[in-house]
Design a protein around this ligand. Sequence first.
Ligand code: KG4
Ligand code: ZN
Length: 370
Amino acid sequence: MENRLCKITNMTILGIETSCDETSAAVINGKNEKAVLLSNYTATSLTMHAKTGGVIPEIAAREQIKYMIPVIRRAVSAAFNIPDTFDPLDTFRFIDAIAVTYGPGLIGSLLVGVETARTIAFAFNTPIIPINHMVGHIYANWLTANDTVSKAEKKHTNDYLPPAFPALAVVISGGHTDILLMESHGSFVLLGGTRDDAAGEAFDKIGRLLNLPYPAGPTIEKLAKQGDPTHFRFPRPLHDSNDYDWSFSGLKTAVLREVKSLKQIDEQTVCDIARATQDAIIDVIILKTLRATKEFRVKTILLSGGVAANYTLREHFIQKIKNQEIAVDFLAPAKHLCTDNAAMIAAAAYFNYHPVNWQEVTADPELYFV
Ligand code: KG4
Ligand code: ZN
């Protein structure tokens, strides 16, 4: 059922996101189908995980317990322009609803956010809206900025038009790579997804083979700029298949085989492998997305998830859409709103306003889209 409430209601929503290693809180104001970002703070335990080459769930959750309240304090104080020593009793009454990620993700991490949101909802009698993390990623495309936010986000502020439906949502993160048809708010039809590793996971695993710090996606993008595109060519699995699925685990195996066969890997070779890796991932993502764009005659492509922060991917998308003369709007969130953040969770709640009793909100690590 389409939710119409967002069209008439002016509401301030506190978002909370703790599905993986980030601890994020944000405040948005939703009005007239616009989700205006008032504040967005994210603390991360990434430096700890960079040393171990991946997220250690227990360390992530322990850090999140430390960060959760300070991050909420910062987000709320910035949104209302008050000192972060504010009295919650005075201030939380200006928050109309709480949105919280309840899955998918790491159970310990999810519980930190869910229990915090439940406690606030219980103590202040605030409506609570549980949000699917993957749906949240898509809604980063609906966020608009107010004057206090960076220039990069301001592109949507003047003459703002919301993304048009039907849309194709392509969510590319560390845990998922999915393509969905979106007819209206909250209505998703899964067209395809990865059969094994997610695209971000492929970047990270190949980064580990190349001794790059975790998460490797941003580093691979940087190194690829110096890479020779003709030195290596890695497979593009399911390239010719008649579906909307992807497979990225073979790419990792191909890189492993190449790395093992080389006697020595100098800096240039790392850049060349980075280039070939990124080219293979970008090629198949764009191919299947544009095929679905034509088949379903969508008006908008909504890229999201951590890998959407990759500017090379975005530029290739824009170029291919132009070359093939496809009449479609291509949208991707501001870079810092591609990776995990609470603003996208609050935006998703505004456009899908389905509050529940705080007792009904439970973490679901295996939650899926549809
Ligand atoms: O959405 P996200 O923050 O967390 C999950 O929900 O998984 O995505 C994190 C993923 C990581 O795998 C990271 O390597 C990848 O996004 N990533 C990138 C870039 N920035 C982050 N991958 C390619 N290029 C980037 N610039
Ligand atoms: Zn994510």
